[in-house]
Every structure is written in C-alpha cells, then in structure tokens.
Design a protein. Structure first.
Length: 391
C-alpha cells in the first residue's frame, strides 16, 4: 500500500469525528444586540467574550478608522525596532493608569503575553507553580520557561505551601494563576495566594484575561475584586480582545520590571507590533469602561437572572458570579447534541470538549454580554431547560 508522510492525518481526523471532537470552520458575522449570523441564520450569540458589547461600538470603530487613516493598516516592524507609534505609547500609559500600576508592555495577543512573560521571570533552576485549571497559554509559558513545573489546586493550597517550602533554595519561585478560570466561571483564591507569595518570597503572576472590564468595582479585574492590587501581585496579564473589544495583550507591573520585560520577552521582541487601529480602539474602550459602569451592572443583572432561572429548574453551574456560566453535560456527544438543539431554536451556545476541558466534563459555556437583554436571557433559559431535560 502506498503511503505519504501525511497518510496518518485521515485516520486521526476520522477518530476525532467518531469521538465527537472534530472541529469544523464556519463563517460568523457579528451583529449588534448580541446577535450573529451563521449560514444565513440570525442567532442570539452566547459564545462571545465581548462581555461589555464594545467590539461593535461606533466610538471604537471611529477611533480605529482615524488611526488607520493617520498611521496605516500595519505597524511594519516590532515595537523594539520601529513599530511603536504614538497610539502604542498612549495605550501603554492609559493601561498603567487604569490598572494603578507604574508601567505596561503591549503584546500581539494575550497568549503571546503569557508565553513571553513567564520565561522572562523564571528559567532552568527555578520553580514555577501552575494552577491546574490555568489557560493553555499559561501552561505553555510555564513549560517554555524550562523551570521545574509543579501543578497545584486552588482547593488544596496546603500542597502549594509545602511545595514553596521545599523550593526555598531555588533562585526564583513563581506562582501562576488565572484570575478567572474561563471554563469554570470561578475566581482564583487571590488573597491566600498573595499571602503565600509574600511569606515565601515568591513572585505572583495573575492573568486577568476574563476579569478586566468585568470584575471589581472599577473593572480592573479579579485582583481588584479580591483587594489584591498594588505590589501584592508581581505582574498582571490582560487581553484587549475580550471585554475591551479590540486585539492584543498586555502586562502591567513596576517600571523596573517593565524595562526587563521589554528587553527579554521574545514574543514581544520578535513580533510585529499591534496595528495602530487596535491600540486606538482599546484606548477608547478603556475610557468607556470608566465612564459607563452601567455596562458591568447590566452584565451582573443578566448573570444573576440566568443562574437563578437555571437553578430553579434544577440545572447547576460551576459559576460563582460573572458572565461565564458553564453547564456540565458530561460526554462530548451530549454536549454537542444540546448545543445543536439550541442552535435550531435560535441560540449559539458552544459545546466545550476535550482537550479544552478534561474527559467526561464536556459542557456548554454560556457567555453573557451587556449587549444582551433580560428577554434574551429568559428565552435562553426556557429553551435550555427544555433541551437539557430531553437530552
């Protein structure tokens, strides 16, 4: 039988399909009001991370257009070489001010921020402690650092303490955690983590990808909500592509550490800088987050309404507050069946399957936006309860 170097691909794809794990591409057109169009059908979109409904805001669009007209469509080089425009500089200053930090460093994506910052903080001979539910970008950053990797669980922090004690002779120790665990809708125990870091002279990195703009009185994220700001956290990572409605990642920290990251983060050093339009849109979004707290209030109202309706119907969620509401279906097949049934009823509610989540914990991940209405949420709850019980 003849074979090629890629003969294995067809069999692997067939295996994914048989296990209900095959992903396929589709075109999605975002629409106002928390809607989208797929294959000619308009659905209420409960899949997006556009938590504050800013990605289609005309004011962000106008800022992006103005920046494009002045600076062009691309940055033409890395920020270190010649790609850093006034849009980049202003956004870094604005992020630092918004986050109550001394400085900010921009990255092409939030993934690139984690993949670059962690290896800049620890390396061979050091120890990095990674929470088991962390996003893949954090896990990959820990692995890329070549520091000794130890996994810990937020519900068993005594083991983290033991690990920190045993690693007392390591030159550097770094604790890495998401602020909001994106597949569970839960917040990290940041107060005890800050205490552990202080007691054991360890660094603490918190990824606020799903917290920025959403959690905390002023929208600064899980750290603000937990009262763990200032120098309690060594560096906070964020993304511009979720609640901020644009594209890119960032790190906020002390000026001294920012200077170090600027010189040592490979994903920033060797990547073309963000387009000026993305920076301008993000800057405008930060202004609106500060000026329009009612967006967060709307989001909280919707989250309470949906969780209340589902709980009353006997459907539980792991969420402890916020716009991420996961519903554990169990098998990938069941999760896909529920998601497909909801789509036929006009709702886009994606099924999350391995390897994104562990085997046996496939789920629907309901993602709310301030662009949704109470009626949207009540319709979803009614249809979801019907489909869930029938599955």
């Amino acid at each position: 039988m003849s074979s090629t170097p890629l003969s294995w691909v067809a069999a692997e794809l067939a295996g994914l399909a048989e296990s209900h794990l095959l992903r396929t591409r589709r075109e999605v057109t975002p629409l106002p009001g928390g809607r989208c169009e797929i294959d000619g059908r308009t659905l209420i979109d409960f899949s997006s991370n556009d938590y504050l409904g800013l990605s289609l805001d005309p004011r962000l669009q106008a800022a992006a257009i103005a920046a494009t007209e002045q600076y062009g469509t691309g940055s033409r080089a890395s920020a270190l070489v010649s790609g850093r425009t006034v849009c980049h500089a202003l956004l870094e200053e604005q992020l630092a001010r918004f986050e109550h930090q001394q400085a900010a460093v921009l990255f092409p994506t939030g993934y690139a921020a984690n993949l670059g910052v962690i290896p800049a903080l620890v390396g061979p001979g050091d120890v990095v402690f990674c929470e088991r539910l962390n996003h893949a970008s954090l896990v990959d950053g820990c692995r890329a650092s070549r520091a000794r990797l130890q996994i810990f669980r937020s519900d068993r922090l005594d083991r983290l303490r033991t690990g920190l004690i045993r690693a007392k002779d390591a030159p550097r120790r770094l604790i890495v955690t998401d602020g909001v665990f994106s597949m569970d809708g839960t917040l990290a125990p940041l107060r005890p983590l800050c205490q552990f870091a202080r007691e054991h002279r360890a660094m603490l990195l918190v990824d606020e990808a799903h917290g920025t703009g959403v959690h905390g009185r002023n929208g600064r994220g899980a750290c603000e909500a937990a009262g763990c700001e200032g120098d309690q956290v060594t560096v906070r990572i964020g993304t511009l592509s979720k609640a901020i409605g644009s594209l890119g990642g960032f790190a906020v920290c002390s000026q001294e550490l920012a200077d170090w990251l600027w010189n040592r983060c490979r994903t920033q050093l060797f990547s073309t800088a963000l387009p000026p339009a993305s920076c301008a849109a993000a800057s405008r979004a930060l202004e609106l987050i500060e000026q329009e707290p009612e967006r967060r209030q709307q989001l909280n109202t919707l989250a309470k309404e949906l969780t209340g309706l589902l709980t009353s119907a006997g459907i539980s969620t792991t969420s402890t507050g916020g716009p991420i509401i996961p519903l554990i279906a169990g098998s990938a097949e069941r999760a896909m069946a529920i998601s497909d049934a909801l789509a036929t009823r006009g709702f886009l509610a994606p099924a999350i399957r391995p390897p994104t989540v562990p085997q046996g914990s496939s789920r629907l991940r309901i993602s709310l936006s301030a662009a949704h209405s109470l009626d949207d949420v009540r319709q979803l709850a009614a249809e979801l309860c019907d489909v869930w019980k029938a599955s």
